[in-house]
Design a protein around this ligand. Structure first.
Ligand code: ADP
Ligand code: MG
Length: 246
């Protein structure tokens, strides 16, 4: 049994008179402990798929089993509780709360759990140390670099020890060195802490950190990473002579 099992997963949106179906009868299996990159053109439904797996959105049709449980059958309230146990979400633009310090941002998800202040402190300090920001507890997001903000966001995503981390273009807004640091950190979460990772990226170099790449286009998934990279590079229009697929 895979940790994540999508079966005939379909999501339809109504936009005025038009109906958009970014995901159509999609099948995807992700094993526990896997690190999967999800690529595909803009608007192909990558965020939609992440949101379904994260329990933020619900499928129009099809099944979505996680850890043996059919999450599409949960009520909204059940889904919120399930999410706080299973999912850590990392966004491209960090989504930190600007009026809260790094410490308070990371503490937020723990407020949904029955923990004492002291227990929360131990967990928050531990993950801020893990992401290399022990000396930034009292900094506000505006006082941090983009790379540091994303490290706070990663600390927030893992503080409640979820099984699954979903990341939506986590390095999309970062310079090269900061992006590398974030990818090293995500790799460690996978290798050392056993987190199952599903990451959307446009960058073949970033995708190489994953064990497997799936490519989403026109509602369908392609399994072949070489094909995914080749298609993306042709879409990029050969902006640079890339050897990333070699
Ligand atoms: N809440 C929504 N309401 C209406 N249309 C949506 C909604 N979310 C996404 N879409 C549409 O679904 C398609 C896929 O979007 P998205 O999953 O964000 O793509 P990607 O992340 O691959 O760029 C797009 O055409 C987008 O406009
Ligand atoms: Mg997206």
């Amino acid at each position: 049994m895979s940790l994540i099992e999508c079966r005939n997963l379909t999501r339809t949106f109504k936009k005025g008179a038009a109906t958009i179906t970014p995901l159509q009868d999609l099948d995807l299996d992700i094993e526990a402990g896997a690190f999967v990159a999800l690529m595909g053109p803009s608007g192909s439904g990558k965020t939609t798929l992440l949101n379904l797996i994260a329990g933020i959105d619900r499928p129009t049709a099809g099944g979505l089993k996680i850890d043996g449980k059919e999450i599409s059958a949960l009520t909204r309230g059940q889904l919120a509780a399930w999410r706080s146990e299973y999912i850590g979400y990392i966004f491209q633009l960090y989504n930190l709360v600007p009026v809260l310090t790094a410490y308070e941002n990371v503490e937020l998800p723990l407020l949904l759990h029955p923990l004492s202040r002291r227990e929360r402190h131990a967990k928050v300090a531990k993950v801020l140390e893990l992401v290399g920001l022990s000396d930034r507890h009292d900094h506000f997001p505006r006082q941090l670099s983009g790379g540091q903000e994303q490290r706070v966001a990663i600390a927030r995503a893992i503080v409640a020890d979820p099984k699954i981390i979903v990341a939506d273009e986590p390095t999309g807004d970062l310079d090269g060195p900061s992006a590398l640091a974030i990818m090293d950190l995500l790799s460690r979460l996978n290798k050392e802490m056993g987190k199952t990772l599903l990451m959307v990226t446009h960058d073949p170099k970033t995708a190489k950190y994953a064990h497997r790449t799936v490519y989403l286009d026109k509602g369908k998934l392609f399994a072949d990473p070489a094909q995914a990279v080749a298609e993306l590079e042709s879409v990029a229009g050969g902006k640079e002579a890339s050897h990333a697929g070699a």
